[in-house]
Write a protein that binds this ligand. Structure first.
Ligand code: SF4
Ligand code: SF4
Length: 742
């Protein structure tokens, strides 16, 4: 319901309430207002459900018990928010304060509706069983109301002042919606004390269980009581009983009106997450993090997504569950480097696009469902619509908003969708487990690449390289063995059909990039020292296709997968070891979508195992060696591997690991993921330079990495800062190989 219509309906409801109150009495007026407010709220929520149902269906009802447990842990236990204790504690207070006080609001309505004919004329009291135990329960309930209300007012005022005065970057720019809600809360509980204070002044029961209502009554009207209070307000002097009774009515009606308005403002505000968070977490996907969906090339003619109705209902639900807390922006390397992409905006844009196209899409979806039920031909989605999802609009620099944001509300700009490094920092940070941003952006890329052949020009060479030479740098496929010349590295083709323990997957960077080749050479040294049974594919190895997938070229990705499948079928190996987290992630998760169950291990895990099982011995460094470790996104956030590289470094005497502020789950991307390795960085600042600065802030001269892409990006960072000679970027394999005992 548009806001103007809502205002009109509200006005009519208010006029009717006044008329009913005048003609029949207060209980009937309260009952009418209650029914009207809930009726409008139900109508609004039903509209949201219809909007979300425009999305594609998705089966997300397996593992119900686990889903319920997760819902309880993340919503009622604030599991995610409590990772930051103070933020979590504050939110817990708001949540339970809201729940506690909501019970009080319903009790108030019940009491007013039944006043005069229940419980000796004072109305029905929820939570007030008879007897002394009942009285105690009710008093504890009143105590909870008093304390929750008195605490929530100053906390809301502090939150408001924080938004005006010392606003953190995360809460910028100012959100009118957030401030509206805080004002609602302040006024709601100011009127709570007006009502309760007047009731106490009029002789209502009070004691230790209504301390703040007592003080409100005493200060506003004066209370003559057993505590020794004096009649007459110390602020306003004595008040006639009728005057206090009038203030009680004003308190009652303003409190009820604000509460009911809040209820109906909820569906239009970010506080809708109070309702949507639980279903959103309950319906979370259990697919591997950041994994794009399979496409049906056989039966479909549409690849990727360019329109809102093509997204799953779950992605649309995400957009309504978003709390707009901006925690995702706060960790997004694209946002922090002043690029137009802000994950919060992407989530919000999907919702706005849905609203804008509501009148075109709702009738179409109804017709679509009817056709599906009857087996008739499905009607196509409307071509003409108020807002397309993807925009290429030229945005002049002077129109950039906060930290480089584009003014494209309700639409995703091509500059935004190509800025994503798919680092999943936004996924990790989200308190309501919204994990859809990187995949939603890959879906848009898929449409641009496969349906419109529209992508950054640099990618042409990259796609061609993968297609023709089997690697994105287009280096001749026959050069993939050059890195190991003279190292006596076993080749699978020379094993005579024997099954080897490990297929050592070198990866395209490792096989073709001069700096990354040294990582592979160091790893060979370690594997040989530990007498690991391994072999490489050599010139037979090809890119596994992951860069093509992240860049939206699923068609090419599929070709690469099939080529790798054929090569793997030729040889026998038990496991795969690789120094590239992108290859690791592809084999571990994505290849399963194609029926390939592969046992894969990252070199950091294997190195740690070899050290721990005493298959290699390390000597201490000659002098203390302070270094920092950069967590690769596809190793850490995508696969939860944080400890093995640290444990391995911890076994080298003299090595002193100094963590960066952003490390582990909160690590900052190097800027190469999502195919960004092959794209120019025209907008904002360079992400790799920022990460290099973060590493150097620890005071070290060695940055340890565990990914060849991170190696390139951070080495470039040291060059950009003119510190190439002073600061070394080394892979974990190189650090360990240097310290191998002879
Ligand atoms: S995946 Fe990374 S780069 Fe992409 S939107 Fe999320 S935080 Fe930003
Ligand atoms: S972190 Fe999650 S809830 Fe917060 S703004 Fe981002 S998407 Fe929304």
């Amino acid at each position: 319901m548009p806001l103007r219509k809502l205002a009109l309906v509200t006005l009519i409801a208010l006029l009717l309430t006044v008329a009913i109150g005048w003609l029949i009495g207060t209980p009937a007026a309260v009952a009418f207002l209650f029914v009207a407010a809930f009726g409008i709220a139900v109508w609004n929520f039903a509209r949201l459900v219809r909007l979300i149902a425009i999305g594609e269906s998705e089966s997300l009802l397996d593992l119900v018990v686990y889903r319920v447990e997760a819902g309880i842990a993340y919503v009622f236990g604030e599991k995610k928010l409590l990772e930051d204790f103070w933020a979590g504690a504050m939110h817990l207070f708001f949540l339970y304060g809201f729940i506690t006080l909501s019970v009080g609001h319903f009790e108030l309505v019940l009491r007013e509706v039944t006043a005069g004919w229940v419980d000796g004329g004072i109305g029905f009291h929820l939570l007030k069983p008879t007897g002394s135990f009942g009285a105690l329960v009710y008093r504890l309930f009143l105590l909870s109301q008093d304390y929750a209300a008195i605490l929530i007012v100053p906390v809301s005022l502090i939150a408001l002042v924080r938004r005006w005065v010392h606003r953190p970057v995360r809460l910028s720019p100012r959100s009118q919606d957030a401030e509206n809600i805080l004002w609602f809360i302040v006024v709601l509980y100011a009127t709570f004390f007006l009502l309760n204070g007047a009731e106490v002044a009029l002789g209502d029961d009070y004691g230790w269980y209504r301390p703040w209502s007592y003080w409100a009554g005493y200060l506003l009207f004066g209370v003559s009581d057993q505590w020794g209070g004096v009649a007459g307000s110390p602020l306003f002097g004595p008040a006639a009983r009728d005057t206090v009774a009038l203030w009680r009515e004003i308190g009652l009606w303003s409190h009820l009106l604000i509460f009911f308005s809040f209820l109906n403002y909820l569906p239009y505000s970010k506080h809708l997450h109070l309702i949507a968070a639980f279903p959103n977490i309950f319906l979370r996907r259990f697919t591997p993090r950041g994994q794009p969906q399979l496409l049906d090339f056989e039966n479909s003619e549409v690849f990727g997504k360019s329109r809102i109705e093509q997204y799953s209902f779950k992605t649309l639900l995400d957009s309504f569950a978003c709390t707009e807390c901006a925690r995702c922006n706060d960790v997004c390397p694209a946002h922090l480097s002043h690029k137009p992409l802000k994950p919060k905006k992407v989530v919000h844009d999907l919702k706005l696009n849905l609203y804008r196209n509501e009148h075109a899409l709702l009738p179409w979806k109804a017709a679509w469902r009817a056709a599906k039920r009857s087996g008739a031909e499905l009607p196509p989605a409307p071509e003409q619509r108020p807002a397309e999802l993807i925009t290429r609009e030229e945005i002049a620099k002077e129109r950039y908003g906060f930290m480089g944001q584009y003014p494209t509300d309700g639409q995703v700009h091509v500059d935004e969708l190509w800025s994503c490094t798919t680092c999943a920092a936004c996924v990790e940070a989200c308190p309501v487990l919204i994990e859809s941003v990187p995949v939603s952006l890959i879906d848009l890329r898929r449409h641009l690449v496969m349906m419109e052949s529209d992508f950054p020009s640099e990618l042409t060479a990259c796609f061609k390289g993968m297609e023709v030479q089997g690697n994105p740098w287009a280096i001749g496929g026959d050069k993939r063995e050059e890195w190991c010349a003279g190292l006596d590295v076993p080749l699978l083709r020379d094993q005579g059909g024997r099954e080897v323990e490990y297929l050592f997957w070198v990866g395209c960077a490792g096989a073709t990039d001069d700096r990354a080749k040294k990582i592979q050479q160091a790893l060979v040294k370690i594997l040989k020292a530990a007498q690991v049974d391994f072999a490489i594919l050599g010139n037979e190895e090809r890119c596994n296709g992951d860069p093509a997938r992240r860049m939206g070229n699923e068609y090419l990705y599929l070709q690469m997968v099939e080529a790798v499948r054929e090569i793997f079928a030729k040889y026998k190996f038990k496991k795969i070891v690789t120094a590239c987290p992108h290859c690791y992630n592809a084999f571990k998760h994505d290849y399963r979508q194609f029926g390939m169950e592969l046992d894969v291990i990252h070199h950091s895990e294997l190195i740690w195992q070899l050290i721990d099982h005493k298959r290699i011995a390390l000597r201490a460094t000659d002098a203390p060696w302070p270094l920092t470790f950069h967590d690769p996104c596809y190793l850490g956030r995508y696969n939860g591997i944080y400890q093995p590289p640290r444990s391995a470094l911890g076994r080298i005497g003299g090595v002193e690991l100094r963590e960066m502020e952003r490390h582990g789950k909160k690590s900052y991307c190097c800027g190469a993921g999502g195919g960004r390795m092959w794209m120019e960085e025209h907008l904002g600042e360079r992400i790799n330079n920022e990460r290099t600065k973060q590493a150097l802030a620890t005071g070290v001269k060695t940055i340890c990495v565990a990914c060849p892409f991170c190696m390139t990006m951070l080495t470039d960072g040291t060059k950009a800062l003119d510190l190439e000679d002073e600061v070394k970027v080394l892979d974990l394999a190189e650090v360990v190989a240097r310290q191998l005992q002879a």
